[in-house]
Design a protein around this ligand. Structure first.
Ligand code: F6P
Length: 343
């Protein structure tokens, strides 16, 4: 067979490990060849492709963050308008099946291509860990490790200065990174998009700490967190070209409000893209490699219209329909477990 792969959406540590898994499995197990399209769906539409060989270059990318193929975002309308071009390009390159690696948006695109007759097996990717139907997406563990390290480091400086420090982490719609980094780093409060926060409660928790002699506090805030209606004014930021709401710096706004209410010294650290950069953790390298191997086998087994997923200890294939049906949000009981450690 002749396979094609691409990486689309925000990058993520482990993408190269998936590509390596695909290329090596295709070659060693099936004698198949692999082509990579550059910059996600855009490269597929513009027919920008490179041959990927099972050689030492591919072998060495296991440790590299980012993606050797480049990535990009494409508006769904432009993507859909390019269907004929995509079909023509795949036919021209004699591609038998496509393995797109991406988050929810990419997997929606993969499903749409599959519905339109293109043989597709998807690989879920996102540091946010919000793809439905899979226990973990690769990149999440690395992002949590980075965020936890930041929280760890902030404890000592916060304590030295009797400050409240806010750490804003990624997570537009879901709070998995915030939840895990907050728990692992011993944060004194964590706010996530799934549970609107009450600033008065946060202030109470901080005040309690100061009254008990612990004169510092660490608060982890997911970038997509929002206050309970009517409890705090937020700046509004409009939307970007993809219809995503623009962030207005929730961490700083929480900091300003705590300072205004309690008078304590409050500072904010926004971790941003540091969480997406650098080499993947061992867990992410293993998971990403397993995804690449399974996706390649699934293509050769004809399991089209599916994506790979982690189910407990096993890597399985689930229908793309399931993966894109809705986001995997943090269940309330997981948040209440974290709450038990607040204060
Ligand atoms: O989806 C992954 C993610 O890292 C989100 O957590 C974050 O909101 C977004 O991508 C940032 O995207 P960009 O790279 O376009 O700033």
């Amino acid at each position: 067979m002749r396979l094609a792969t691409l990486t689309s959406g925000g990058d993520c540590p482990g993408l190269n490990a998936v590509i390596r898994g695909i290329v090596r499995t295709a070659s060693a197990e099936f004698g198949s060849t692999v082509v990579g399209y550059e910059d996600g769906w855009v490269g597929l539409m513009e027919d920008r492709r490179v041959d990927l060989y099972d050689d030492e270059n591919i072998d060495r990318i296991l440790l590299r963050g980012g993606t050797i193929l480049g990535t990009g975002r494409l508006h769904p309308d432009k993507f859909k308008a390019g269907l004929d071009q995509i079909k023509a390009n795949l036919a021209d390159a004699k591609i038998d099946a496509l393995i797109p690696i991406g988050g929810e948006g990419t997997l929606k695109g993969a499903k749409w291509l599959s519905d339109n007759g293109i043989p597709v097996v998807g690989v879920p990717k996102t540091i946010d860990n919000d793809v439905y139907g899979t226990d973990y997406t690769f990149g999440f563990d690395t992002a949590v490790a980075v965020a936890t390290d930041a929280v760890d480091r902030l404890h000592t400086t916060a304590e030295s200065h009797n400050r409240i420090l806010i750490v804003e982490v990624m997570g537009r719609h879901v709070g998995w990174i915030a939840l895990h980094a907050g728990l692992a780093g011993g944060a004194h409060y964590t706010v996530i998009p799934e549970v609107p926060f009450d600033i008065a409660e946060i202030c109470k928790a901080m005040e309690r700490r100061f009254q008990m002699g612990e004169k510092y506090g660490i608060i982890v805030v997911a970038e997509g967190a929002a206050p309970k209606e009517g409890t705090m004014e937020l700046r509004s930021g409009g939307v970007d070209q993809f219809g995503h709401e623009l962030f207005t710096g929730i961490g700083q706004q929480v900091a300003d409000e705590i300072h205004a209410r309690l008078g304590h010294d409050v500072r904010t650290t926004v971790l941003g893209h540091i969480q997406r950069g650098g080499t993947p953790t061992a867990f992410d390298r293993v998971l990403a490699t397993r995804y690449g191997v399974r996706a390649t086998r699934a293509v050769h087994e004809g399991k089209f219209g599916t994506c790979v997923a982690l189910d407990g200890e096993r890597i399985i294939n689930i229908p793309l329909d399931v993966a894109v049906g809705h986001l995997k949000t943090v269940p309330l009981d997981r948040y209440t477990t974290a709450q038990a450690m607040f204060g």
